[in-house]
Design a protein around this ligand. Sequence first.
Ligand code: FDA
Length: 533
Amino acid sequence: MKSLQLSMLLLSLVLAALLSFSMGALPHEDFLQCLSLRSNDSSTISSVIYTRNNPSYSTVLESTIRNLRFNSTNTPKPLVIVTPSRTSHFQATIYCSRKHGLQIRTRSGGHDYEGLSYVAKVPFVVVDLVNFRSVDVDVENRVAWVQAGAILGEVYYRIAEKSRTLSFAAGVFHSIGVGGFISGGGFGLLFRKYGTGGDNVIDAQFIDVNGRILDRKSMGEDLFWAIRGGGGGSFGIVLAWKLKLVPVPATVTVFSVSRTLEQNATQLILRWQEIAHQLPDEMNPDVSMFSVNSTQDGRKTILASFSSLFLGTIDELLPIMQQRFPELGLSRQDCSEMSWIGSILYFNQLQNQPLEILLNRTFRNPVGGQYYKIKSDYVKEPISETALNGLFSRLSDEEASSAIIIFMAYGGIMDRIPEDATPFPHRAGNLYKIYYNVNWQEQDNVNSQKYIDWSRRVYNYMTPFVSKSPREAYANYRDLDIGSNNVGITSYTEASVWGRKYFKNNFDRLVQVKTKIDPENFFKHEQSIPPLH
Ligand code: FDA
């Protein structure tokens, strides 16, 4: 009897030991323990940690998921979300993730088109910079220190609070995070005048895989070059950027003119291709194309909408357009004058909203859709009328009922900045970039594949008409169709496939920087720069 009791006791001890071992082996529990041990002040770090048991976990995770395609029950979710409020929280998170074999996905504004800032196929932690978003504007010296979690709207708003004639050369969508935007290059309304966001960064604060906090001087020019366009999530975590502010007039002009195929849209686009890249640097001419039902007979047609910002008044703009693009017939009624920040509301289709909407980081602008797939191309030679008609016929497909294709003119200062000034290589020789967006509604998300297939068919169709060897693509328009890393063993050869499309010959320098700063490839994802082994 006694021996039976002894064996039962032994058995329960073994079971308890096994149980506690297996619980201890859960990677995120060890990770959480590590975080509180590692943090100087465990009470502050506990307030910025969200595990799946935390009632706010889903709200925090979903707060900036932009592409709702990656918000389904099947989407892999992080074990833990950390929203650091101090640099020591980043240091502890990097240290403990390395120690316990968890990957980090860094999120600033959550606009990654493939969701790579909050989705991974391996156990992972999201580091969300929502609490790292101060914007400190120095009008006198025309600079601003901006923490990477700030959104573009916060940057514009804080600059406009102090000056109507200064801005930053960045994108239209106000909820884009400064962290990811500049990491991938970043273009916007002012890019033909002042270059990309990355071209206008003069210092940075950065944390590396060993937890070192570096600035431009201590990181050195190679790393400082790489983080201004070499793609987010590859080298470490950017904590803040020092931005060069650029002058804008107190009054700017915007216009938008729409024409259907029956109203000569094809000939206008053909002409636009010839002249748009030569228009003044003070403009950013775009033409957006989508399918609509004709007002005349209700049949499907294509609507082409020609629009631009102009850094000047209507009186200055009209003679330029009459001389350079008379076929468009731009009239005073098509134009509106406003402040520069007003033009941000205009292009976000938020004209009637208070400026404070720019501060709302969780606002989901329905413009451009909420479930989508994006692709990009660069065009060096004007495409023919036949090629354009083929594009229109695909835009008339049933799957393309909400698709939009935008041609965005290059030229201006982009022709004068050398290809290797930053990792963003798409400079001289480009007439325009193409942005392909196919989007769909929530109720149709079960059919997402049909829309994605449509975008692949259009992309294949465009092959003969766009850049070749490499077929260039814009890194911030992330598209995993052009190639991706095997996240287990990342290879240089595999990564070159997509890497040369995004970065051309700058890819090799990016690999060298990566090999130096993160040789064990801790910061990695499906399209991160690999180190050389
Ligand atoms: P998100 O947080 O998803 O990060 C994107 C990538 O950068 C991820 O790999 C992430 O890990 C990494 N990252 C984020 N923060 C980091 C940090 N602090 N340090 C290191 N890595 C970091 N682009 C453009 O140039 N001009 C435009 O006008 C637009 N317009 C636009 C509209 C809409 C609706 C969307 C969804 C996207 C755009 N974009 C764009 C593309 C956009 O610039 C691109 O998706 C950026 O990477 C988004 O940066 P976020 O910080 O918002 O994304």
